[in-house]
Design a protein around this ligand. Structure first.
Ligand SMILES: [Zn+2]
Length: 178
Protein backbone atom coordinates (compact mmCIF):
# COMPACT_ATOMS: atom_id res chain seq x y z
CA UNK A 1 0.00 0.00 0.00
CA UNK A 2 1.54 3.26 -1.10
CA UNK A 3 0.36 6.24 0.90
CA UNK A 4 3.16 8.74 0.51
CA UNK A 5 2.16 11.44 -2.00
CA UNK A 6 5.59 11.64 -3.57
CA UNK A 7 5.70 7.88 -4.05
CA UNK A 8 2.27 7.97 -5.70
CA UNK A 9 3.37 10.66 -8.12
CA UNK A 10 6.38 8.52 -9.04
CA UNK A 11 4.10 5.69 -10.16
CA UNK A 12 3.87 5.12 -13.86
CA UNK A 13 1.01 4.30 -16.16
CA UNK A 14 1.33 2.33 -19.38
CA UNK A 15 -0.07 4.09 -22.42
CA UNK A 16 -1.63 2.14 -25.27
CA UNK A 17 -2.24 3.62 -28.68
CA UNK A 18 -5.74 3.96 -30.07
CA UNK A 19 -5.11 0.63 -31.80
CA UNK A 20 -4.24 -1.07 -28.49
CA UNK A 21 -0.45 -1.24 -28.85
CA UNK A 22 1.59 -0.55 -25.72
CA UNK A 23 3.68 2.52 -26.61
CA UNK A 24 5.23 3.97 -23.49
CA UNK A 25 5.15 4.66 -19.81
CA UNK A 26 4.27 8.06 -18.38
CA UNK A 27 4.05 9.49 -14.90
CA UNK A 28 0.76 9.66 -13.11
CA UNK A 29 0.36 13.43 -13.45
CA UNK A 30 0.52 13.18 -17.22
CA UNK A 31 -1.89 10.25 -17.12
CA UNK A 32 -4.41 12.29 -15.12
CA UNK A 33 -4.15 15.16 -17.58
CA UNK A 34 -4.78 12.80 -20.51
CA UNK A 35 -7.77 11.29 -18.72
CA UNK A 36 -9.43 14.55 -17.64
CA UNK A 37 -8.95 16.10 -21.08
CA UNK A 38 -10.45 12.89 -22.54
CA UNK A 39 -7.38 12.24 -24.67
CA UNK A 40 -7.20 8.83 -23.02
CA UNK A 41 -9.52 6.38 -21.34
CA UNK A 42 -8.99 3.63 -18.78
CA UNK A 43 -7.95 0.32 -20.30
CA UNK A 44 -8.76 -2.88 -18.50
CA UNK A 45 -6.43 -5.67 -19.60
CA UNK A 46 -8.34 -8.04 -17.35
CA UNK A 47 -5.12 -8.74 -15.47
CA UNK A 48 -6.53 -7.57 -12.17
CA UNK A 49 -4.26 -4.51 -11.93
CA UNK A 50 -5.59 -2.15 -9.29
CA UNK A 51 -6.08 1.55 -10.00
CA UNK A 52 -3.78 3.94 -8.17
CA UNK A 53 -5.67 6.23 -5.79
CA UNK A 54 -4.59 9.85 -5.93
CA UNK A 55 -6.07 12.06 -3.21
CA UNK A 56 -6.71 15.75 -3.55
CA UNK A 57 -8.12 17.76 -0.62
CA UNK A 58 -11.64 17.24 -1.91
CA UNK A 59 -11.63 14.09 -4.01
CA UNK A 60 -10.04 10.77 -4.80
CA UNK A 61 -8.97 10.14 -8.37
CA UNK A 62 -8.58 6.51 -9.36
CA UNK A 63 -5.95 6.20 -12.06
CA UNK A 64 -5.86 2.92 -13.98
CA UNK A 65 -2.46 1.33 -14.51
CA UNK A 66 -3.12 1.19 -18.25
CA UNK A 67 -4.77 3.83 -20.37
CA UNK A 68 -5.60 3.93 -24.05
CA UNK A 69 -5.29 7.05 -26.16
CA UNK A 70 -8.49 8.18 -27.82
CA UNK A 71 -6.53 10.46 -30.11
CA UNK A 72 -4.09 9.44 -32.83
CA UNK A 73 -0.57 9.08 -31.60
CA UNK A 74 1.96 10.87 -33.77
CA UNK A 75 5.07 8.78 -34.19
CA UNK A 76 8.38 10.49 -34.53
CA UNK A 77 10.40 9.54 -37.56
CA UNK A 78 12.97 6.99 -36.52
CA UNK A 79 15.79 5.37 -38.44
CA UNK A 80 18.14 2.56 -37.52
CA UNK A 81 21.12 4.42 -36.03
CA UNK A 82 24.49 4.32 -37.78
CA UNK A 83 26.97 1.83 -36.41
CA UNK A 84 29.30 3.83 -34.21
CA UNK A 85 30.86 3.47 -30.80
CA UNK A 86 28.20 5.46 -28.94
CA UNK A 87 25.27 3.56 -30.48
CA UNK A 88 26.86 0.11 -30.14
CA UNK A 89 27.68 0.75 -26.47
CA UNK A 90 24.14 1.99 -25.92
CA UNK A 91 22.65 -1.13 -27.54
CA UNK A 92 24.89 -3.38 -25.45
CA UNK A 93 24.11 -1.43 -22.27
CA UNK A 94 27.79 -0.44 -21.85
CA UNK A 95 28.69 -4.07 -21.14
CA UNK A 96 31.28 -6.43 -22.60
CA UNK A 97 29.25 -9.01 -24.51
CA UNK A 98 31.67 -11.77 -23.57
CA UNK A 99 32.39 -11.36 -19.85
CA UNK A 100 29.97 -8.66 -18.70
CA UNK A 101 32.69 -6.19 -17.70
CA UNK A 102 31.83 -2.50 -17.83
CA UNK A 103 35.44 -1.29 -17.93
CA UNK A 104 37.87 -0.52 -20.77
CA UNK A 105 35.25 -1.07 -23.47
CA UNK A 106 36.14 -1.40 -27.13
CA UNK A 107 34.31 -2.49 -30.24
CA UNK A 108 34.84 -6.02 -31.53
CA UNK A 109 34.06 -7.28 -35.02
CA UNK A 110 32.83 -10.89 -34.73
CA UNK A 111 34.30 -11.74 -38.11
CA UNK A 112 37.39 -9.52 -38.09
CA UNK A 113 37.44 -6.82 -40.77
CA UNK A 114 40.80 -8.28 -41.89
CA UNK A 115 38.85 -11.47 -42.78
CA UNK A 116 36.15 -9.58 -44.65
CA UNK A 117 33.83 -8.95 -41.70
CA UNK A 118 31.47 -6.01 -42.16
CA UNK A 119 31.12 -2.93 -40.00
CA UNK A 120 27.46 -3.79 -39.43
CA UNK A 121 25.09 -4.16 -36.48
CA UNK A 122 25.12 -7.96 -36.63
CA UNK A 123 28.92 -8.17 -36.81
CA UNK A 124 29.91 -5.79 -34.06
CA UNK A 125 29.69 -5.99 -30.29
CA UNK A 126 30.99 -4.22 -27.22
CA UNK A 127 33.98 -6.05 -25.75
CA UNK A 128 36.37 -5.15 -22.96
CA UNK A 129 40.04 -4.78 -23.90
CA UNK A 130 40.90 -8.09 -22.25
CA UNK A 131 38.28 -10.09 -24.18
CA UNK A 132 39.08 -8.26 -27.40
CA UNK A 133 42.79 -9.11 -27.03
CA UNK A 134 42.03 -12.71 -26.13
CA UNK A 135 39.81 -13.10 -29.19
CA UNK A 136 42.33 -11.48 -31.52
CA UNK A 137 41.76 -11.89 -35.25
CA UNK A 138 39.45 -14.88 -34.81
CA UNK A 139 35.72 -15.43 -34.70
CA UNK A 140 34.16 -16.09 -31.25
CA UNK A 141 33.77 -19.78 -32.22
CA UNK A 142 37.43 -20.07 -33.17
CA UNK A 143 38.42 -18.39 -29.91
CA UNK A 144 36.02 -20.54 -27.91
CA UNK A 145 34.21 -17.47 -26.60
CA UNK A 146 30.49 -17.25 -26.04
CA UNK A 147 28.41 -14.15 -26.70
CA UNK A 148 25.78 -13.18 -24.16
CA UNK A 149 23.42 -12.10 -26.95
CA UNK A 150 23.50 -12.40 -30.71
CA UNK A 151 23.96 -8.81 -31.93
CA UNK A 152 21.32 -7.22 -34.14
CA UNK A 153 20.30 -3.75 -35.21
CA UNK A 154 18.35 -1.74 -32.62
CA UNK A 155 14.60 -1.84 -33.18
CA UNK A 156 12.21 1.11 -33.14
CA UNK A 157 11.86 2.30 -29.51
CA UNK A 158 8.10 1.66 -29.61
CA UNK A 159 8.66 -1.91 -30.80
CA UNK A 160 11.27 -2.40 -28.07
CA UNK A 161 8.83 -1.05 -25.48
CA UNK A 162 6.01 -3.29 -26.72
CA UNK A 163 8.27 -6.36 -26.69
CA UNK A 164 9.34 -5.64 -23.13
CA UNK A 165 5.78 -4.94 -22.01
CA UNK A 166 4.47 -8.24 -23.34
CA UNK A 167 7.45 -10.16 -21.93
CA UNK A 168 6.67 -8.77 -18.49
CA UNK A 169 2.93 -9.43 -18.78
CA UNK A 170 3.13 -12.77 -20.58
CA UNK A 171 3.14 -14.92 -17.47
CA UNK A 172 0.26 -12.99 -15.98
CA UNK A 173 -1.86 -13.26 -19.12
CA UNK A 174 -0.96 -16.88 -19.77
CA UNK A 175 -1.86 -17.60 -16.16
CA UNK A 176 -5.31 -16.14 -16.74
CA UNK A 177 -5.99 -18.21 -19.81
CA UNK A 178 -5.79 -21.38 -17.72
ZN1 LIG B 1 35.17 -8.85 -21.48
Amino acid sequence: MISNATQILEQTVTVFSKSYLPINQINIKRAIILLVTEKAEPLDLGNGSQPIAVHSPTMVFLVPQQIRLTINHKEKVWRVPTVNRREVLRRDRQTCQYCGSIKHLTLDHLIPTSKGGKHAWDNIVTACEQCNNRKGARTPQQAGMVLRLQPKAPVHPIVAFAEQFWREHKVQIEGMAN
